[in-house]
Design a protein around this ligand. Structure first.
Ligand code: FE2
Length: 275
């Protein structure tokens, strides 16, 4: 896990690119992101409040807007930003978002930058489940996953709901294939800040999960409107009960000892709906 930075947005520099995380202290606790490459290209993922995005850009130009999915808290800033910068607005072909003028299918390259010692590639990954046209945005370094911008598919210590156009069985397929196969060091940048509630859910069904207990104890001392976590997949595999479907502690508490992982996932997703 990257050390906690007490800032309203964070700026991680990786040599030829930077990631800015912009937090909106609304009831949904959204994150938007700016990815800045050293060739001057800046992409915005899931703009909610255009004024916050413009303020973070600080007179720099946007090269493109990417919506992970067609829920308004992920695209409200599209029209104002697209008009200001005359830049492409990208989303899945079936996603209905304002000002869209470029479709992104699975594995489409959005931007590439090659330097002497590293190669960066930003691409779309089809991740249905929260909605049926949901994309995550993958940042690769030297052809390996470096960071994943997960929209509402996957959160710190949790996964997205399927209330508005989604399907939990399809979400299970996405989590059990794409997320299960991500390298441990992949950084996770979710679309919302829900870590406290998600950890409490994990601990309710895995009361002996010492990593989750320790994490919760630590964050209870923090102001979660100012301090955010960029977990990697190793940490998520320790604290996110939706990735821990073979945990005996979990299957015992759900009384699903002999069930398959799909059944356990769907049971957890249903329980989380009323948590
Ligand atoms: Fe959503």
């Amino acid at each position: 896990m990257i050390p906690v930075l007490p800032l309203l947005f964070m700026n991680y520099s990786m040599g030829i690119m930077k990631i800015h995380q912009i937090f909106f202290n609304n009831s949904l606790r959204n994150f938007s992101y700016l990815i800045s490459f050293n060739d001057g290209a800046i992409f915005c993922i899931d703009p909610l409040n255009p004024k916050e995005v413009l303020s973070t850009l600080n007179d720099q130009q946007l090269a493109g807007i990417i919506n992970t999915h067609d829920h308004c808290d992920h695209y409200s800033g599209n029209e104002e930003l697209a008009a200001a910068f005359q830049c492409p607005v990208m989303a899945h072909p079936k996603a209905v978002v304002p000002a869209k003028n470029k479709n992104l299918d699975d594995q489409e390259i959005i931007h590439q930058l090659i330097s002497e010692d590293s190669q960066w590639c930003l691409k779309s990954i089809f991740t249905p489940g929260h909605t049926l046209s949901h994309l995550c945005v993958l940042l690769e370094k030297n052809n390996s996953p470096y960071a994943l911008f997960t929209g509402d598919c996957f959160f710190n210590a949790g996964v997205g709901n399927c209330h508005n156009g989604g399907d939990p069985e399809i979400l299970y397929q996405t989590i059990s294939t794409i997320f299960k196969n991500l390298p441990d060091e992949t950084l996770i940048y979710p679309g919302h800040e829900y870590i406290m509630r998600n950890l409490e859910f994990t601990i309710n069904y895995e009361p002996r999960n010492s990593n989750a207990l320790e994490f919760l104890k630590k964050i209870k001392k923090l102001n979660l409107n100012e301090t955010f976590f960029i977990n990697n997949m190793k940490t998520e595999r320790e604290i996110n009960t939706f990735l821990r479907l073979s945990s005996k502690n979990l299957t015992d508490s759900l009384k699903l000892k002999n069930s398959n992982e799909k059944k356990i996932f769907l049971t957890l997703r249903e329980l989380r709906n009323s948590w």
